[in-house]
Ligand binder design. Structure first.
Ligand SMILES: [Zn+2]
Length: 78
């Protein structure tokens, strides 16, 4: 899906190819300044990815997330 650095053996962003809340494949689009905007099409959560860090910029819509046991421990604080 995301092959930004094919010369690297590990791609950090691979961790965010799926939404951590509902495991939906995440849409990615390039932004000015070299950042990428990652958006979950299901719960509308958004992250900004830039270099070595990822920052969540919009909370997920909890009503759209199917609560599952395997997802609960990923981010207990919400
Ligand atoms: Zn989601």
């Amino acid at each position: 899906m995301l092959q930004l650095f094919p010369d690297r053996p590990t791609i950090e962003i691979v961790e965010l190819t799926q939404c951590p809340y509902d495991s939906t494949p995440i849409d990615a689009e390039f932004m000015s300044g070299g950042s990428m905007l990652l958006t979950c099409p299901r719960c509308r959560a958004e992250w900004e990815w830039h270099g070595a860090w990822v920052r969540r910029i919009r909370e997920p819509d909890r009503n759209a997330v199917v609560t599952r046991d395997e997802a609960r421990h990923i981010e207990p604080a919400g």
